[in-house]
Design a binder for this molecule. Structure first.
Ligand code: ADP
Ligand code: MG
Length: 321
């Protein structure tokens, strides 16, 4: 119902950037290889996402806006090994409850277009046949006026959207991302699976030129990515990013493991630049801890921390030889 959707919305769609994140996750789950994100006024005026994914069957489009309607989990057991970015079936109804939504989707056959206002369907008609989904979210939070004054400036919001795009592009170098804010291209990636090239686009060429590849394995984990040479340390932790099975996560212990990998090479009060990808069997992660899925529970955190430490140590041991 409308009320529980709005309550859920507070958790999933805190701000434009969280909506952008949920919508990109849906595109990725739909196996899109090309994702266009356009926002206006930090996303408060509009957010438009165009993907070339598998699309939604026309008979399923209305269902997708029902609470807890997900095509991604079929049995209880699936909850213990989540292979998709979404699984709660909360994003679309939550987003729709605080905005106006227009969605067009097609599986390649005849598609459908829906218009929703505050979560209620106001029009439904046949649409274009190109495979994929286009979703446009406008007048965000229009029916919860009190929220508007708590939202920070347009500049702050577009900064958060940029963070989301940067993380998504780093997590998926095989996907072409094009991000446009108020008519200006902010990020455009090639989708050619070249992580270093994406790093150059996000952090600049000079930083990318200082990065070295990291690779390591244990029985349960595979670690890969790049770390910057210790000469290129930063004053903050935010240049260390960790992705588990394609999901950007925050984890204090694992961030510490990165720092420990640098050992004595890291001056006090300085932090490394690192982009680490961790791959593991999904049964080893519980992503059902936090609605925004930023925090996860890991079964063997210590083993994982150890692989991270040793893979980074190995890089710099080789360098000094
Ligand atoms: P969840 O991602 O947790 O399943 P959502 O509310 O985000 O829940 O989406 C509901 C359903 O709508 C998804 O399970 C999926 O079937 C469908 N869907 C949403 N966005 C897309 C998209 N861009 N492409 C294809 N299917 C989509
Ligand atoms: Mg989703």
């Amino acid at each position: 119902d409308a009320l529980s959707n709005k309550i859920a919305a507070g958790e999933v769609v805190e701000r434009p950037a969280s909506i952008v994140k949920e919508l990109i996750e849906n595109a990725i789950d739909a196996k899109a290889k090309d994702i266009l994100v356009e926002i206006e006024e930090g996303g408060l005026r509009s957010i438009r996402i165009v993907d070339d994914g598998i699309g939604i069957e026309k008979d399923e489009l209305e269902t997708a806006f029902l609470r807890h309607a997900t095509s991604k989990i079929k049995t209880d057991r699936d909850l213990f090994s989540i292979r998709t970015l979404g699984f709660r079936g909360e994003a679309l109804p939550s987003i729709a409850s605080v905005s106006n939504v227009n969605i067009q989707s097609s599986t390649g056959e005849d598609g459908k277009e829906l218009q929703l206002a505050g979560g209620e369907i106001t029009s439904s008609k046949p649409a274009h046949a190109r495979r994929g989904t286009t979703i446009e979210v406008t007048d965000l939070f229009y029916n919860t006026p009190a929220r508007l004054k708590y939202l920070k400036t347009v500049l702050t919001e577009s900064g958060h959207v940029s963070d989301v795009l940067n993380r998504m592009a780093l997590a998926y170098p095989d996907i072409r991302f094009h991000y446009v804010s108020d008519g200006k291209t902010m990020l455009q990636t090639a989708g050619n699976n070249d992580l270093l090239q994406v790093i150059a686009q996000v952090y600049g060429r000079q930083t990318a030129a200082q990065m070295v590849a990291v690779e390591g394995d244990s029985l349960d984990y595979h670690v890969s990515g790049f770390v910057a040479k210790p000469e290129l340390t930063r004053a903050g932790r935010q240049y260390m990013s960790i992705y588990i099975n394609g999901r950007y996560i925050r984890n204090y212990k694992l961030a510490n493991a990165i720092q420990q990998g640098f050992h004595t090479l890291l001056p006090i009060g300085r932090f490394p630049v690192a982009i680490l990808k961790l791959e593991m069997d999904p049964v080893l992660i519980d992503v059902n801890v936090h609605p925004a899925k930023l925090e996860v529970r890991l079964s063997k955190e210590d083993e994982l921390a150890e692989v991270i430490r040793t893979s980074i140590k190995k890089v710099f041991a080789q360098q000094t030889l």
